[in-house]
Design a protein around this ligand. Structure first.
Ligand code: LR7
Ligand code: MN
Length: 563
């Protein structure tokens, strides 16, 4: 979920270089070393790779490669996904010879793995309400979304389709839509009286839904064959499972439908940016994962999932204070995992989505500010001490409460207590262990290169001593808040001449922040950005001086750098 324009990256077939560049955002060990992949086109033919911008948010949504080595459960093995299998003309004689054994193409049948890609599901699955919310959606894509659900869902499992119109401005979405949908008894339209944003629009749909399960979809999707049953199967097995289909790519250029790579998980990077990443190959091996096994995801993309209706309400739905777009996928994901549920991608369920580089509708307020505010709400409620990592990755400005009003969070904090949800640390340790999230950036002694001594706190003020790891007074943290911190005391940029006193740490105060790039670099005062912390020549001397790139008395080194 990045700002528009910047993140329109391309998947290239021919240009290996560019592919590698693209995969840098979210590393994918499985595919990195491979040759450029060729997309597998299903449903519709003709895919011009050069014009495909099938990427959004921070992650690369990779197109399924054809060069997987053939294994019994290989999606590309002959006959999988219902693809026609072709027998070469040289084998015609064999085909004929063996036809009568079963009066079908026995020769070919024997080539198809016995292990079918997707297993069967129970026959007493719960019914679902499918909820589409939309604002000014294009007519044809909205209709195609609805038709794909009507055509490809077993009628007894589809309770209804609820279209929530989030106060669209387009005329065709009014009477014309009512008239069109009147032919389908299962389709209901809910009209919002003012623009609510997708979060509250979905909640309006959920409030009137009659199915046992809620299935949320974006309004520019195409459900693939058999998409619904595997999702409902998971909810049936365990009502706290929240299954998502594999989100495939409908080209924004030629509208072709492309399958994506298997074994991709939804993840986030700081500051709460959604992305895709390949399941680590060690995990595939360790858990003996086949391509039809559910993939547990730290976070969901947001738009496409099923959830037991009662469970959704038990969880307190979405934070209704989230506006317009963004962040709600983080919120629901943390909530689900930390409060006893699970998020899975179900490879047997596949839904295409048109990925767009920009939001085609207007934001009532500034887009970036809206998303930032939503994310800050999520961080404040769910991240515990890790919220510093969120603010520290470019969101310091949100800490100045005057700049942004994130609204009241009492209900959300109460809810988390009531549900007895686990800590964010538990989530990181158990759900997303490969996430690197140290609570501080650097720690230990603070060594000055020029003076060749270490910073020490002595009777409330700073001085220098011979470096000694055993002395607690010499231990400092360099935090995400850019603090040089000992317990709850922070080095402040305002010192009287040569004596630097410490102040109690306060993340809202810019004068407590110091830029420090890496080992052996300066500590630059945040506010002015051109004054550096300088030591010496005497052991008690510490001052702010104009930064000089080769001044050794301005070069500092912490013992350990954690990032
Ligand atoms: O104010 C709004 N009111 C709405 O009703 C804004 C949007 N909407 C509707 C909109 O018409 C659409 O049907 O909400 C739906 C989602 O909006 P999109 O399509 O603009 O969102 P997106 O596909 O760019 O973004 C993803 O992230 C969103 C915000 O966090 C939602 O969670 C989307 O559902 C989500 N989409 C997906 O997960 C599909 C796969 C994308 C990926 C990765
Ligand atoms: Mn969308």
């Amino acid at each position: 979920k990045q700002p528009p324009n910047k993140d329109v990256k391309r998947i290239e077939n021919k240009d290996t270089k560019e592919r590698e560049q693209v995969s840098e955002t979210v590393k994918s060990p499985v595919n990195e070393k491979k040759e450029p992949v060729k997309p597998l086109v299903v449903l519709q033919g003709g895919f011009d790779s050069k014009n495909n911008s099938a990427v959004r948010k921070s992650g690369v949504h990779k197109v399924l490669s054809l060069d997987l080595t053939s294994s019994p459960r290989d999606a590309n093995a002959v006959g999988q996904f219902g693809q026609p299998a072709v027998v070469g003309w040289k084998e015609d004689a064999e085909v004929k010879k063996r036809w009568d054994e079963g009066h079908f193409n026995v020769y070919l049948s024997d080539k198809i793995p016995v292990d079918l890609f997707c297993t069967l599901v129970h026959d007493d699955l719960p019914s679902t309400s499918v909820i589409f919310c939309f604002v000014d959606e294009v007519w044809s894509t909205l209709l195609r979304s609805v038709h794909s659900v009507l055509n490809r869902s077993p009628p007894h499992l589809l309770k209804e389709i609820i279209l929530v119109d989030d106060f669209s401005t387009k005329d065709y979405l009014k009477k014309q839509l009512d008239d069109y949908m009147a032919q389908f008894p299962k389709v209901r339209i809910v009209r919002l009286k003012e623009r609510q944003g997708l979060i509250r629009a979905r909640l309006a749909g959920a409030a009137v839904a009659k199915g046992e399960v809620l299935t949320f979809l974006d309004s520019h999707i195409e459900c693939n064959v058999g998409w619904l049953e595997p999702l409902l199967e998971r909810v049936y097995l365990d009502r706290k499972k929240v299954p998502c289909p594999v989100i495939e790519v409908i080209s924004d250029k030629d509208m072709s439908y492309m399958m994506v790579d298997n074994f991709q998980r939804g993840i986030f990077k700081w500051p709460l940016v959604f992305g895709w990443s390949a399941v680590p190959p060690e995990d595939i091996k360790k858990f003996n994962l086949t391509i039809s096994d559910p993939i547990r995801c730290p976070v969901m993309a947001g738009g496409l999932f099923s959830i037991d209706k009662q469970y959704f309400f038990e969880l307190g739905t979405y934070d209704p204070g989230l506006d317009v777009w963004g962040g709600e996928n983080m919120e629901i994901s943390f909530k689900i995992w930390m409060c006893g549920g699970e998020i899975e991608i179900i490879p047997c369920s596949r839904v295409g989505h048109i990925f767009r580089g920009q939001n085609p509708y207007k934001f009532p307020k500034d887009r970036q500010k809206t998303v930032e505010r939503n994310l800050a709400r999520v961080a404040e409620v769910w991240l515990d001490e890790y919220k510093d990592l969120f603010y520290g990755h470019g969101y310091h400005h949100l800490l100045d409460k005057k700049l942004i009003n994130i609204g009241n969070l009492t209900d959300q904090i109460e809810l988390r207590k009531k549900l007895k949800c686990k800590s964010f640390k538990w989530y990181l340790d158990n759900v997303y262990p490969d996430m690197v999230a140290p609570l501080v950036k650097a720690e230990g002694l603070v060594f000055n290169r020029g003076l060749r001594k270490c910073l020490a706190l002595h009777n409330g003020s700073l001085c220098f001593e011979t470096c000694d790891l055993s002395k607690q007074g010499q231990h400092f943290n360099y935090t995400w808040m850019k603090h040089i911190q000992q317990q709850n005391l922070c080095v402040a940029a305002q010192g009287s001449r040569n004596r630097f006193a410490l102040q109690s740490c306060d993340s809202t105060k810019p004068e407590l922040r110091w830029f420090h790039k890496s080992s052996n670099s300066a500590l630059v005062e945040f506010v002015s950005n051109h004054m550096c912390l300088e030591a010496g020549p005497g052991s008690d001397d510490l001052r702010l001086s104009p930064c000089g790139p080769s001044n050794m008395f301005q070069k500092w080194q912490f013992t350990n750098y954690l990032v």
